[in-house]
Each structure stands twice: as C-alpha cells, then as structure tokens.
Write a protein that binds this ligand. Structure first.
Ligand SMILES: NC(=O)c1ccc[n+]([C@@H]2O[C@H](COP(=O)([O-])OP(=O)(O)OC[C@H]3O[C@@H](n4cnc5c(N)ncnc54)[C@H](O)[C@@H]3O)[C@@H](O)[C@H]2O)c1
Length: 383
C-alpha cells in the first residue's frame, strides 16, 4: 500500500510510520514540527526528545533497509499537501496532524485560535486534496472519545438511531466536548461527514481514548527510534504523567474526585487499530466511526494501580487530590461500546501490573531528565 502519514513526527505518527514501512508498505510522512515548537514555547519539552525526522528515518533505514520518505511542511498550506499527494498517490492517508492538547487550546485567545485554525484547515485541505487528486484514497482520521463527552446514556460507535414522534432515523451520536481542542475534533467529524455525503469520499474516523506507553516492536530495535514521550501538563496523557510522577517521587496528581472515567489503550494497540482500518477500507460514500479503546478506568483507579506497582518497586509513591483545573464531571455514568475494532481483529494489550512495571522500569533510566516544574497544571478552565 502507498500510505501518507500526516503528523509523522508525533507520538503516534512516528511509530505508525515505522510499523507500516517495516511491513513493506511505501510510506511518506509530513510534519511541520508544530508540536515541538509549542513544547518549547510552553516549557513542556518531552522526557525523551526524539531526533528529528531525517535522523530517525536514516537510523531506521540502516536497521531495516526500508525507506520512509519525509517531508517538512505546513499542512495548513494546501499546496504542500497537493504536491505531496500528487507525488505519492496514496491509497490511504492517516491524518494525525493536529494540535492535540486540551490545556493548550484553553490557555488563551492565541492558543485557541491556533488550535481551531490549524485543526480545521488541515482536515479541510486533506478532504480537498483527496477529492481532487485521489478520490479513491481511504482517509483514516484520528478523532477522540472526548467528542462524546460523558453522557448519561450508553455511548454508541458514532451513530444513534432516534425515534421521534413515531418516526425513526440515524444521526451522528450527540457530541459535547469538554475543551476547545475536543470541539475541533467534533467539527472535523462534521466536515468529513458533509464531504462523504456530498462527494462520496471514503473515511474512517477513529474515536481514540488517551494512549499510554513508550515502546513498540520497532522502537525496541534502537533507543534512537523511540517516539517523543511527554509527562508535562500540556501534552502528557494521564497514565504517562502518573508513571513519571511515580519515578520522580512526586505524589500522583488526581484532579478533583478522581471518578472521571475514560477509555484507554496501549500505544501498540493504536498501531494495530490504524493497521486494521487501513487493511479494511470502507466503500466510497461511507463514514465508518470506530471507538478506539480497549478498557475503561477512573483516574483514581489508574493512580492506585501505578502507586501499587511503584511501591512494589520501592519507589514510595503517594497519591494526592488537587483542585480540578478543568470543567468536567468528576463522577458520572460511562459506558462506551467498542466492538468494531475487536470485530476487525484487534488483540488488546491490557494495562496489567506487569505492563505498568515494565513502563516504570524504562522511565527510571530517564529519571535525571525529569523537570518537576512541568508537572502541576498551569492552565485552568474551571469557573
Ligand atoms: N495521544 C493520545 O492519547 C491521543 C488520543 C486521542 C486522539 N489523539 C489524536 O491523535 C493525533 C496524534 O496525536 P499525538 O499524541 O501523536 O500528537 P503529537 O502532537 O505528538 O502529533 C501530532 C503531529 O502533527 C504535527 N502537526 C500538527 N499540525 C500540523 C500542520 N499544520 N502541518 C504539519 N504537521 C502538523 C505536529 O507537529 C505533531 O508532530 C492527534 O490528532 C490527536 O488529537 C491522540
């Protein structure tokens, strides 16, 4: 398959590029290093700051003999995408290239505007480049479970059948996000659905939960192939943050009551999910929505598990509650359906104590690099 990965420098994009290239696919990645720029500007640099794309592609080539084409460019500029699509003629485009931090999107006017403009423009440009140049190409778009919010009814996979005054119809499941970033993902879904209906594009929108982990089959070959790994309040996802806090000897920071429940998955399962989606493209005119998670936890359950395993390793981990900087329900009903990817063949890696122990042991090697000023929330949107 000829595959283009947008956002190929990122936490998920780079491991995805290696995954497909190692399996013999023809892979091109595009990135403008936006995430690295924001990380510098907000003092949120990664624990493991990955080498830039040319260096990593060259290490990967030496180890595997497989080439990954890398392009530095801003996907806000349609000519960048049109040129790359013309040259590469992709059969699948995996679209990760967005500003993915909820706290950053809530930091102020400039950050909100950047998030809104960047995320919607990139999705819009992808839609048009595909429609104009490769209309058969399958767009695989990363959405988020955060699009649904925390409704008091079961969360279906993308669609809801509604009966109203004796008549029935099916609609996109109601969505109500908790940050501007998550709201841009809702708007992306609406844009995609409009263009699928109108021009018969083929799209899979993956509603992904927070991802944790730092190693994949490919990164095991050489440490220089590890993805960027964030633990700060801007880019770090909750499990990764708790792991680093445990290693640094800082009490694990539960926001509010800790009853916030979300669906999680291992980085290795993100790769499986996009692989399964790419190998089973939908028909023209279809928008397939799949919920991409493998299990659900409350924040408190996650903190307790990391503390239990950390203490077994002799780390002396404590758990503390801090005022919640977010506007969100701290105790709520949460029952998402997520059978679509399992039906396609997903074999989950669950968050067992052994997995937590392995991650803690790896992070211990980087203990000296942890900057404790990046742990506490610096952006508030409650009240
Ligand atoms: N990591 C998670 O837990 C998670 C969960 C749900 C959804 N997602 C979604 O998955 C995608 C990837 O997330 P990630 O954690 O790898 O984030 P990331 O920030 O590490 O990767 C995104 C990449 O896209 C690039 N990018 C952004 N705008 C661009 C532009 N205009 N032109 C070129 N490149 C651009 C960034 O520089 C970055 O390298 C995002 O869309 C995110 O919203 C991530």
């Amino acid at each position: 398959m000829r595959i283009m990965i947008l956002g190929g420098d990122g936490y998920l994009g780079w491991p995805t590029a290696m995954h497909f290239a190692r399996r013999g696919h023809d892979v091109a990645v595009i990135d403008n290093y936006l995430r690295r720029r924001i990380a510098r500007e907000t003092d949120s640099q990664a624990l493991i700051e990955a080498n830039d794309l040319p260096q990593r592609c060259s290490v990967f080539y030496q180890l595997t003999g497989r080439e990954i084409t890398h392009i530095e460019g801003d996907l806000n500029d349609p000519s960048v995408l049109y040129e790359a699509v013309r040259a590469h003629q992709p059969e699948s485009i995996i679209h990760y290239a967005e500003q993915p931090s909820a706290p950053y999107s809530m930091r102020g006017f400039d950050e909100a505007r950047l998030t809104l403009n960047n995320n919607l423009n990139v999705t819009f440009n992808v839609i048009w480049a595909v429609k104009d140049l490769v209309p058969d190409c399958h767009i695989i778009k990363l959405g988020t479970m955060g699009e649904y919010g925390t409704p008091n009814i079961d969360i279906e996979e993308g669609w809801l059948e509604v009966e109203h005054k004796g008549r029935r119809d099916t609609f996109l499941y109601p969505r109500q996000a908790g940050s501007l970033y998550h709201t841009t993902k809702i708007l992306d879904t609406d844009l995609l659905w409009f263009y699928v209906r109108t021009y018969g594009l083929r799209v899979t929108d993956l509603m992904q939960g927070p991802v944790y982990g730092l190693s994949t089959e490919e990164s095991e070959m050489d440490e220089r192939l590890l993805p960027n790994f964030h633990y700060d309040d801007i880019f770090g996802t909750v499990v990764n943050r708790f792991l680093v806090q445990a290693v640094a000897g800082i009490p694990l920071t539960i926001y509010g009551k800790g009853g916030q429940t979300r669906g999680y998955l291992n980085l290795r399962d993100t790769l499986q999910c996009v692989d399964l989606a790419a190998r089973s493209p939908v028909e023209r005119g279809d928008l397939r929505i799949l919920n991409q998670l493998t299990e659900t936890f409350t924040v408190k359950e996650l903190a307790d598990q990391v503390a239990r395993v950390g203490n077994r390793l002799g780390l002396e981990v404590e758990v503390q509650t801090i005022p919640n900087p977010r506007q969100e329900a701290e105790e709520h009903y949460y029952n998402p359906k997520y059978s679509g990817l399992l039906d396609l063949g997903l074999q989950p890696h669950y968050l067992t104590d052994a997995v937590v122990e392995d991650m803690l042991t790896r992070i211990l090697r980087y203990r000296a690099c942890i900057d404790t000023n990046r742990i506490m929330p610096r952006v508030k949107w409650s009240g």
